[in-house]
Design a protein around this ligand. Structure first.
Ligand SMILES: Cc1ncc(COP(=O)(O)O)c(C=O)c1O
Length: 365
C-alpha cells in the first residue's frame, strides 16, 4: 500500500508533553503551560452553563449547519448567514480551504515564519508552497505580491502573525489586496482579532463587501477560551463559503462547541475583561524584557516572541526545569522563544524563571 506522494515526507504531529507528565519527570509541584496561546482566564460561566444544558442531548447528532449559532454570529458581525462556515477550530477551516481550492501544481504564498497549518494542509494537496521571509517579524506584503503568478491560488496573511505577534496595518493591507488578482483567494487569519487594540489594525470583515476574494478566519479558541471544544469559523463571499461547504464533513462541530460559542458571544463582559488583562500582561512583560535588556517583537495577540540571546532549545529546557512550558525552535529565529501571556502570577513566575535561566547562562550580569 502506498499513501499519496504528497504526504510521505510529512512528520506526524508531536503533541507537547502533558503537564502531569512534565511534573512527574522533573519532580515539580507546579507547571505553568504558556505554550499554546490558550486563555489563562478560562472561559465564560455562560458557556459552562450552556454545556450543562446540552448534556441531555449528547446521544443526538449536532445541527450540521450550526444554524442557531450562524444566525447569532451573522447578526453580531453584520454579515449574512450564507457568508459563514464553522469548523472544528479554524484549523479545520484551513484544511477545508486547502481541500476545496488546491490541486497539484497550484501555487500558494505564505510568510516564513507563520502558522504552520497553512503549509501542512497545502502540502497534503500537492500544492507548491512559496514562502516569503518576514521583514522584521512582519509580513512583507510587497515581496509576497511579487511572487504572484498565474498559478497562484491562495495567499495566507496571518494577522496578528503567529509566532511573532506583529500586525499588518489597514492602509498597507488594503493596498495589497487591491493589487492581488481577483481570482486569487486572500485568507486573513484573525485568530487573535479580539485582543488587538491598535487603532490601525484592520477588521477583515469590513473588506468583504468590496473584495469577493477575501475570507476571514476567526476562532472561539483564544479570547473566548473554548480551545478544547474545537470551534472556529470563516467569513467570506457566499460563493467561497459554498465551495468550502462542499468539502465539509456533515457534523464537523459538536453540540457543546455550538452551544458554548453562542453563549460566549453574548458574554461581552468576559471578553472585555480578558482583553484588558491581556493588555496589562503585555505591558508588564514588555517592561520586564526592557529591564533585562531583551529585544522582542511588538505583541498584538496573547503571546510575545522575545530574543533570549541563547539557543532557544537551551532556554526552553531551562524554563521547563523551572516549571514553565514555552515554545522554541523557529528556523529563522534560533534565539527566540514564544510565550503566551498568562495571568499576573503566571507572568511573574515566567519572568523569574527566565531571569534565572539567563543568569545561569551568564547572559545577565
Ligand atoms: C494564527 C492561528 N490560526 C489558527 C489557529 C487555530 O486555532 P483553532 O483551530 O483552535 O481555532 C491558531 C491556533 O493557535 C493560530 O495561532
Amino acid at each position: 500500500m502506498q499513501p499519496k506522494q504528497s504526504i510521505v515526507h510529512l512528520p506526524v504531529y508531536q503533541p507537547g508533553k502533558p503537564i502531569e507528565e512534565v511534573k512527574r519527570e522533573l519532580g515539580l509541584k507546579e507547571v505553568i503551560k504558556l505554550a499554546s496561546n490558550e486563555n489563562p482566564f478560562g472561559s465564560s460561566e455562560h458557556a459552562k452553563a450552556a454545556i450543562q444544558n446540552e448534556l441531555n442531548n449528547i446521544s443526538l447528532y449536532p445541527d450540521g449547519g450550526s444554524v442557531d449559532l450562524t444566525n447569532d454570529l451573522a447578526a453580531y458581525l453584520g454579515v449574512t448567514p450564507k457568508q459563514i462556515i464553522f469548523g472544528a477550530g479554524s484549523d479545520e477551516v484551513i484544511l477545508m480551504l486547502a481541500r476545496a481550492y488546491l490541486t497539484p501544481g497550484d501555487e500558494t504564498i505564505m510568510a516564513d515564519e507563520t502558522f504552520p497549518q497553512y503549509k501542512h494542509n497545502c502540502e497534503i494537496e500537492g500544492a507548491t508552497i512559496i514562502e516569503v521571509p518576514l521583514n522584521d517579524g512582519t509580513h512583507d506584503l510587497t515581496a509576497m505580491l511579487a511572487k504572484v503568478t498565474d498559478r497562484t491560488k491562495i495567499i495566507w496573511v496571518c494577522n496578528p502573525n503567529n509566532p511573532t505577534g506583529t500586525i499588518v496595518r489597514k492602509a498597507e493591507l488594503e493596498a495589497f489586496i487591491r493589487q492581488v488578482p481577483s481570482n486569487v483567494l486572500v485568507v486573513l487569519d484573525e485568530a487573535y482579532f479580539e485582543y488587538v487594540l491598535d487603532a490601525e489594525y484592520p477588521d477583515g470583515i469590513t473588506l468583504l463587501p468590496e473584495f469577493k476574494n477575501v475570507i476571514v478566519l476567526r476562532t472561539f479558541s483564544k479570547v473566548y477560551g473554548l480551545a478544547s471544544l474545537r470551534i472556529g469559523y470563516g467569513v467570506g463571499h457566499e460563493d467561497v463559503i459554498r465551495s468550502i461547504n462542499q468539502v465539509r464533513e456533515p457534523f464537523n462541530t459538536s453540540r457543546f462547541g455550538q452551544a458554548a460559542a453562542k453563549a460566549s458571544l453574548a458574554d461581552t463582559q468576559f471578553l472585555d475583561n480578558c482583553r484588558a488583562r491581556n493588555a496589562e500582561g503585555i505591558a508588564y512583560m514588555n517592561e520586564e524584557f526592557d529591564r533585562l535588556g531583551l529585544n522582542y517583537f511588538e505583541a498584538h495577540g496573547n503571546f510575545i516572541m522575545v530574543d533570549a540571546k541563547l539557543p532557544s532549545q537551551q532556554v526552553f529546557d531551562g524554563l521547563l526545569r523551572k516549571g514553565i512550558i514555552s515554545r522554541a525552535r523557529w528556523s529563522y529565529y534560533p534565539t527566540h522563544i514564544r510565550i503566551t501571556v498568562g495571568s499576573r502570577e503566571q507572568n511573574e513566575a515566567f519572568i523569574r524563571a527566565l531571569e534565572e535561566v539567563l543568569q545561569e547562562a551568564a547572559v545577565l550580569g
